[in-house]
Design a protein around this ligand. Structure first.
Ligand SMILES: C[S@@+](CC[C@H](N)C(=O)[O-])C[C@H]1O[C@@H](n2cnc3c(N)ncnc32)[C@H](O)[C@@H]1O
Length: 286
């Protein structure tokens, strides 16, 4: 009886532990977020008004974006106050980012209600300005732009000559809708490009936060050849989530490729840190 019970228990545990992997990326996926559940949800949010109204609350979406805690939000606000206080003048504009999609917001002292993700976009904007100066008139590329929050916040302060977002087709439809509702794409030249439409192009600044690092090696190689090595400078928040079966370039390998191609590379810890091994990599053509 006991061996039968042990076998049965093992069988049940195997089935249960197998279920979540059904929602993980397939072997052919270009990145860890390239899953049916995520892409189908993005498409639904882009096409169905009711879903769009609450898209920042959907559990499956929050696994990819919009998952920062109140504590992390507080750390980002503290960082902004200490390093980029001039940006808080634009808070009324930035906070429009929390008007859509019903994000989880928290009350921050002297600021009011805000989503921690919006605060992170503002902090990153401060980094970009402090590293690369005035971003107006620049050709900016963002690889994996999410719903377009970074683009919105950047365009609240600067007028780039061009802002191109590359993303999977379904998330990109949501980005288009989002930036159109906020009138960002009406007032700025934003281009939306799917992976199958990419071709080599020169940009002043290449940005990719928690996105390039989540792509597989083939996809990364394509972006390196077409964009990273064609950019004057770049800013990337690098997170490593793939696991052993998902092959990606390590941070050191990316750095070596950039150095070998005539860039100065600077790597530091993500600040404030949102996941243990996250790093910031910045590169500039010598
Ligand atoms: C973790 S999210 C980060 C989004 C955004 N950068 C941010 O900071 O909020 C990863 C992004 O990469 C996008 N992505 C997934 N696979 C991609 C691919 N092959 N090429 C470009 N973007 C991709 C996802 O759709 C998503 O927008």
């Amino acid at each position: 009886m006991k061996p039968l019970f042990t076998f049965f228990r093992f069988f049940i545990i195997s089935i249960i532990s197998w279920i979540p992997f059904q929602t993980c990326a397939k072997e052919t996926a270009s990145s860890i977020s390239d899953t049916d559940i995520y892409k189908e949800f993005c498409l639904k949010a882009a096409t169905d008004e009711k879903t769009f109204k609450n898209f920042k609350r959907f559990h499956g979406y929050r696994r990819i974006l919009e998952h920062l805690s109140y504590k992390q939000g507080k750390k980002h606000l503290k960082y902004i106050k200490e390093h980029y206080p001039h940006l808080l003048v634009f808070w009324d504009r930035f906070s429009e980012n929390d008007r859509l999609g019903n994000p989880a917001t928290f009350n921050f002292k002297k600021l009011g209600n805000a989503s921690p993700t919006t605060l992170r976009y503002v902090k990153i904007l401060g980094d970009l300005e402090s590293q690369f100066g005035d971003l107006s008139g620049k050709k900016v590329l963002e690889i994996g732009g999410g719903y377009g929050g970074q683009c919105k916040v950047l365009c609240d302060v600067f007028s780039p000559e061009k802002y191109t977002i590359i993303d999977l087709i379904e998330p990109l439809k949501l980005t288009e809708k989002y930036l159109s509702k906020l009138k960002v794409s009406e007032n700025h030249p934003i281009s939306f490009v799917t992976p199958s439409e990419t071709s080599p192009e020169v940009f002043d600044i290449c940005i990719s936060n928690y996105a390039f690092s989540e792509c597989n090696k083939d996809c990364q190689q394509e972006y390196i050849d077409k964009y990273l090595l064609n950019s004057s400078c770049g800013y990337m928040l690098y997170n490593k989530l793939g696991g052993p079966s998902f092959s990606t370039y390590s941070l050191e390998e990316i750095s070596d490729i950039l150095i070998q191609n005539g860039y100065n590379v600077f790597i530091t810890r993500e600040e404030p840190l949102t996941s243990t091994y996250n790093k910031l990599i910045i590169w500039r053509k010598i």
